[in-house]
Design a binder for this molecule. Structure first.
Ligand SMILES: Cc1cc2nc3c(=O)[nH]c(=O)nc-3n(C[C@H](O)[C@H](O)[C@H](O)COP(=O)(O)OP(=O)(O)OC[C@H]3O[C@@H](n4cnc5c(N)ncnc54)[C@H](O)[C@@H]3O)c2cc1C
Length: 258
């Protein structure tokens, strides 16, 4: 694994991989990944340091893909922009959040793409900007999930103004809600399935295989209660998929398996 220190270093590494037919994977903060017990196939490029710009220019906010969501949100609050405070609990890089179109549950219809104007990418040959309408944002979906050749370098937002006080309070409210409903007592990768049947997921609460199990507190979450193996988590996911199939319900994994 490498950790490029700048955007140009990141691009050089990707070019090197492409020229030498070395398969590579981009790692954000790893918060949506289930990584095999046998390790990862290919070269991993960790994007935690390369793209850290964060500034306002001509009323647009530019944020590099390595910036953590919490840093972006605090910056927005301090500069009196609407800050997408509902994403404060998401332990993601902005790049990972854009790829995943991170947001709140379906019923709230709030996602990071709401105020995106354009996304800056490296497409394997050159740096270019993709306007929002071409990013094909959907529920936990984007063109960047389909097209792995597009590496997100940064994103431009057009955010409405909002007083600092409203931002601070919204962030506090969000974290209060998270403490009440989200299982903080275990390592996890957030929601397992982006589409799933509520009743089936409720039924699975507390079901364990090895040291992994569906959270008793938060439906649709899998907890690592110690040294859980990825293969046990894969089995738990399969159990749910089988139940959905058996009961003719649709299911789609949100977590990505490497
Ligand atoms: C406690 C917890 C709470 C969570 N809450 C939420 C929530 O409320 N809402 C929500 O939507 N999700 C939530 N998640 C899931 C997760 O945080 C999001 O999916 C997040 O967007 C992943 O970002 P990441 O930086 O960790 O990306 P990673 O998990 O590292 O990567 C995810 C995917 O993005 C790709 N990728 C990462 N960076 C780039 C880049 N710069 N260019 C191209 N591809 C890239 C990776 O290759 C991978 O395919 C939660 C997870 C946890 C653990």
């Amino acid at each position: 694994m490498s950790i490029p220190e700048s955007e140009s270093e990141l691009i050089l590494e990707i070019k090197y991989c492409l020229q030498n037919n070395i398969p590579y994977k981009m790692l954000g903060n790893g918060s949506n990944l289930l990584i095999s017990d046998d390790g990862v196939d290919g070269f991993v490029i960790n994007n935690k340091k390369a793209c850290v710009d964060l500034f306002v220019h001509n009323d647009l906010l530019y944020c590099g893909s390595s910036v953590m969501m919490q840093q972006l949100i605090n910056y927005c609050i301090n500069n009196e922009f609407y800050a997408m405070e509902y994403l404060y609990s998401v332990p993601a890089t902005v790049g990972g959040a854009v790829v995943q179109n991170a947001g709140r549950g379906k019923q709230y219809n709030k996602q990071i793409s709401d105020y995106i104007v354009k996304v800056k990418v490296f497409d394997g040959e050159k740096i270019r900007e993709i306007p929002k309408r071409k990013c094909r944002f959907g529920f936990r979906d984007s063109v960047f999930k389909e097209n792995r050749d597009l590496v997100v370098l940064g994103v431009c937002f057009a955010l409405p103004m909002q007083s600092e006080e409203i931002g601070v309070n919204a962030k506090k409210e969000r974290m209060k809600l998270v403490r009440k409903y989200q299982d903080s007592g275990c390592a996890n990768f957030g929601t397992v399935f982006s589409t799933a049947n509520h009743h089936i997921m409720k039924l699975l609460r507390g079901v364990k295989i090895g040291n992994a199990g569906y959270s008793k507190k938060t439906p649709n979450w899998i907890c690592n209660y110690g040294d859980a193996k990825a293969k046990d988590i894969v089995k738990l996911i399969k159990v749910s998929k089988l139940l959905h199939k058996f009961l003719f319900r649709s299911v789609k994994a949100e977590v990505e398996t490497w």
